[in-house]
Design a protein around this ligand. Structure first.
Ligand SMILES: Cc1cc2nc3c(=O)[nH]c(=O)nc-3n(C[C@H](O)[C@H](O)[C@H](O)COP(=O)(O)OP(=O)(O)OC[C@H]3O[C@@H](n4cnc5c(N)ncnc54)[C@H](O)[C@@H]3O)c2cc1C
Length: 425
């Protein structure tokens, strides 16, 4: 079994420059994931000189290792939870803009002629109990009222059309969602920003930022570069040089496994419509076929902050065989993990903090969101406030007293969620 993303077999990571071609840049972007590259693309095409600095290889963070699921991603708090946090009017605005993330993504791929195996197949979310099914039906109604999202409930007696699992008490289908090949998408973005003249510097870590009169000195492991504007696009990998942001982010590890190739009749039975899948367990699980339809990719919350492949494989195998018992002993070809960024209000954030531009906190659903937010960030830095405006602009990004960026309480939270899942809450 390879301890690396399945995606890298078809789209290996690339490296960038290992020096700074210019000592000064209009904008320095820290992080070469979707957020950083989408911002860079807008900025370079708008006439700015842009340098992207990446600690690893290009896209080595979450953007080349995620599940590739594309959706509006508004379910974390639920409509009622959002209303409690932001009020009804703001909630509706947030939901309407979120529905648009998928259209944005589709249009972006089309405009840029990016072939990343995108397919709008919809998403099925299975209900683990009758009570969960009822809650899903209420949530769908609320969402339809708030933002007219397309979806439908699937009764237990009909769920064979959606899934080969008999673990569910029915479920819901959201028709807007789709899936793509995350590393192919990232590789295409790398090419786009290179063509636009962006300097991509990889295997170089930003260590410190020093404020000069009207600019910033960005100090790195390979020397310094001076910039008028700096954008922090580090999401789950946000570290000490950006401590104000770090203490507002909960970095959590998410893991995936890929099965070896499975006979097509088995895939046809388990995932007949090749949708994106999830369920109502508290310990998040997400699953899909590979874009070629030959394997199942199964993901979920990993065991802790640090990589522990053996434990993640055990957790994911159990989670997968709970849903699909016939996969209990299936051979796995790949296992990997990466960091996502949660926020205390379960909402992504964009803006400027202490003179640093940033967009982050996608709460585990960042393929479409980070592309959208990165693009908006680019426009903001260019000073194009109309194109850069989003309904998320005025939402303050809050931390918590005594929290400095290490989520020491997460093991206890996860243990509670596992117990709740077992008891069927
Ligand atoms: C296993 C997994 C599965 C996921 N599945 C899905 C999914 O199916 N659907 C979905 O919508 N979302 C999913 N996500 C989330 C999604 O991948 C992320 O939200 C998105 O990729 C974030 O992009 P980004 O550019 O903001 O951050 P990243 O892609 O994480 O990039 C941040 C980069 O910043 C760099 N960096 C950090 N600090 C420094 C520094 N000091 N100097 C230089 N560079 C630095 C890091 O090395 C990293 O490469 C998943 C994430 C993971 C990990």
């Amino acid at each position: 079994m390879k301890q690396a993303p399945y995606w890298w077999d078809q789209a290996p990571l690339s490296t960038g420059l290992t020096n700074f071609p210019t000592a000064k840049s209009d904008v320095v972007i820290v992080g070469s994931g979707y957020t950083g590259l989408c911002a860079a693309l807008v900025l370079a095409r708008g006439g700015a000189t842009v340098t992207v600095i990446e600690a690893g290889k290009l896209g080595e963070g979450a953007s080349s290792r995620n599940g590739g699921m594309v959706g509006p991603s508004f379910h974390k708090l639920g409509v009622r939870g959002l209303q409690a946090e932001f009020g009804k009017e703001k909630t509706n605005e947030i939901l309407r803009e979120s529905v648009g993330f998928v259209d944005f993504m589709k249009q972006f791929l089309k405009d840029e002629a990016i072939d990343a195996d995108f397919q709008q197949v919809g998403r099925f979310r299975g209900a683990m109990s009758g009570a969960h099914f009822d809650a899903m039906a209420r949530e769908l109604e609320n969402l339809q009222e708030a933002c007219d999202v397309q979806g439908h409930m699937v009764e237990r007696k009909d769920q064979g059309r959606e899934t080969g699992s008999d673990r569910f008490h029915g479920g819901v289908v959201y028709e807007l969602d789709g899936g793509l090949h995350p590393a192919k998408y990232h590789a295409a973005l790398v090419q786009k920003v290179k063509d636009a003249g962006v300097h991509l510097v990889s295997e170089t870590t930003v260590l410190e930022l020093e404020r000069l009169n009207a600019s910033m000195l960005v100090k790195t492991t390979r020397g310094n570069v001076q910039a008028r504007e700096v954008a922090i696009c580090t999401n789950g990998y946000t570290g000490n040089p950006f401590s104000d942001l770090k203490k507002r982010i909960l970095p959590l590890r998410s893991a995936l496994v890929a099965t070896a190739e499975i006979p097509v009749d088995v895939i046809n039975r388990l995932m007949p419509k090749r949708r994106m899948y999830g369920d109502s367990r508290r310990i998040i699980a997400y699953y899909r076929t590979s874009p070629d339809g030959k394997r199942i990719l199964f993901g979920g919350r990993a065991s802790g902050y640090h990589e522990n492949t053996a434990r993640n494989v055990r957790i994911l195998r159990n989670s997968m065989s709970d849903i699909f018992p016939e996969l209990r002993n299936i051979e796995l070809s790949h296992a990997w993990s990466g960091l996502v960024a949660y926020t205390f209000d379960h909402t992504p954030h964009i803006g400027n903090m202490g003179g640093l531009h940033f967009a982050m906190g996608y709460c585990g659903s960042g393929v479409a969101r980070s592309s959208y937010f990165g693009t908006k960030l680019g426009y903001k830095i260019l000073g194009k406030s109309e194109e850069g405006r989003t309904v998320f602009d005025d939402i303050p990004m809050r931390g918590r007293p005594l929290y400095s960026g290490t989520p020491w309480f997460m093991p206890a939270v996860l243990t509670w969620h596992r117990i709740a899942d077992r008891l069927g809450f």
